[in-house]
Design a protein around this ligand. Structure first.
Ligand code: PHE
Length: 339
């Protein structure tokens, strides 16, 4: 009796140890190792089983065999239960890892912005498109014809020398050059578009100038051209005034001063009064000269028109209070980031 009582307590001990180990197995792999150690070949329970042959009493041997099998079944059930628990825990941990934390703050990526000349260019287009104009662009390398002759400046015209031209190929009459203003696009639009014309033509222009605070050899202009029946100087003045208010604000106003351009007659310079009350010169304008209409294939007896042109860089400079134009092209991010 003492032998079987001893066996019963060894089975109970083995089961207790095994169930403790199963309960603390931290993951599925560890659980497999624990299960194997307590139910596999080298385990206490299997060892007890193989020692059953030494029990001579048949009934006692059967009872001991049943007790060991029951212990093994109990253990298997515990392992299965623990396995399910571990799998559920692993699945929910994985889900938690994939979940989005909507309260999390990430440092903002720094983001660049358009150059202030580009900003002014785009805003100018917006304002004129809002007033019913279409946008056109022309080539930066121009013919002598479009840049000068068609604009009422035949060869040897004195006004040509005022443009400080950079020639690409020099030889009259077939010169090509870097356009000195956006006015040649007037000619291209007249030649290519149907009438009436309401167009603005922004672009890069070039002059042989030494850079200083107010001049750059490469700069930007926006040209305007209106051609229709019955267009008068009043339309020009009204358009400039409406533009001034739309672009700068309703507290701004414009004025025109007589001037001379070969391609407009009469011609004017136009100024805008800034918020400080000081007048700033923005550009030139006038009624399109009949010779220019003819060069563009438009009949000056039927149509009249006005044109204007002004510097985009100067507008950006005034708007942002930049003292020196050269700063806008030095590619210094410490400067550009201010805007
Ligand atoms: N093209 C002239 C300039 O660059 C400006 C202008 C354009 C004047 C259109 C009158 C009409 O100075």
């Amino acid at each position: 009796m003492s032998a079987s009582g001893d066996l019963a307590s060894r089975i109970a001990d083995a089961l207790t140890n095994a169930s403790t180990d199963v309960g603390v197995a931290p993951d599925v792999d560890a659980l497999r190792r624990v299960a194997n150690a307590h139910t596999g070949k080298g385990s206490v329970l299997v060892g007890l089983k193989s020692s059953l042959g030494s029990i001579t009493d048949v009934e006692a041997r059967k009872a001991a065999g049943r007790a060991i099998n029951e212990a093994l079944q109990t253990l298997e059930a515990l392992v299965a239960e623990r396995l399910t628990g571990l799998e559920v825990a692993a699945a929910s941990a994985a889900a938690a890892g994939e979940a989005m934390d909507l309260t999390e703050h990430l440092a903002r990526r720094s983001r660049g912005h358009a150059h202030i000349v580009t900003q002014a260019w785009e805003r100018l287009e917006d304002v004129f498109v809002g007033m019913g104009f279409k946008v056109a662009e022309g080539p930066e390398v121009e013919t002598d014809f479009h840049n000068f002759t068609a604009l009422n400046m035949p060869p040897n015209h004195p006004a040509r020398s005022g443009f400080d031209t950079l020639f690409v190929k020099y030889g009259s009459p077939g010169s090509t050059l870097l356009r000195t203003h956006t006015s040649p696009v007037q000619i291209r639009v007249m030649q290519e578009w149907d009438l009436p014309i309401y167009a603005v033509m922004p672009g890069r222009v070039f002059r042989r100038d030494t850079p200083d605070a107010t001049h750059m050899p490469v700069f930007h202009q926006i040209e305007g051209l209106v051609i229709d029946k019955g267009i008068t100087f009043a339309h020009l003045a009204g358009t400039i005034e409406a533009f001034t208010k739309a672009f700068f604000g309703s507290e701004f106003s414009s004025r025109l001063r007589p001037n001379y351009f070969p391609f407009t007659e009469p011609s004017a310079e136009f100024d805008v009064r800034s918020s400080s009350g000081k007048w700033i010169e923005l550009g030139g304008c006038g009624m399109v000269h009949p010779n220019v209409l003819k060069a563009g294939g438009v009949d000056p007896e039927v149509y009249t028109g006005f044109a204007f042109g002004f510097g985009i860089d100067r507008m950006a400079k005034e708007r942002h209070n930049v003292a020196d134009l050269r700063d806008m092209y030095a590619n210094d991010l410490r400067f550009m980031r201010q805007f």
